[in-house]
Write a protein that binds this ligand. Structure first.
Ligand code: AMP
Ligand code: ZN
Length: 119
């Protein structure tokens, strides 16, 4: 992966992004279409398609993604009121970019977990 993957290209510096945190293995940048006052995407620099392949392929790296998400939540002042971390996965999960990313959302009450009940 690389040339064909939008988020690999952000890691490579080929596409601009508003980076809020970088570690040796992870990158956090603002979502281009924010759905909350704070909407940051946290990715591993290494390409994994989704949270399932990351979680099973490199659980340590998955933990580093969560640690970066927690650090950004702290930096953005979200820890007191709370926030949400989501990994959309596959078609039913609504995933559009197939480089795993945690959505870190906060800065306002986020409402119910899903827009509507499905059962
Ligand atoms: P998902 O539907 O979970 O795959 O989320 C993909 C997210 O990537 C969406 O929230 C988009 O707004 C966001 N996105 C797409 N292109 C960019 C970009 N160039 N920079 C930052 N965020 C982006
Ligand atoms: Zn990628």
């Amino acid at each position: 992966m690389g040339a064909d993957c939008l988020f690999c290209r952000i890691v490579a510096g080929e596409i601009p992004a508003t980076i809020v945190k970088e570690t040796a293995t992870t990158l956090a940048f603002r979502d281009i279409g924010p759905k909350a006052p704070v909407h940051v995407l946290v990715i591993p620099k290494e390409h994994y398609a989704d949270v399932a392949t990351l979680g099973q392929g490199d659980p340590g790296l998955a933990g580093e993604v969560l640690a970066t998400a927690a650090a950004v939540a702290e930096d953005e002042g979200l820890t007191g009121d709370g926030f949400r971390v989501m990994f959309n996965t596959g078609p039913y999960g609504g995933q559009e970019v197939f480089h795993v990313h945690a959505h870190l959302l906060g800065g306002a009450p986020l409402g119910p977990m899903l827009a509507r009940d499905l059962v």
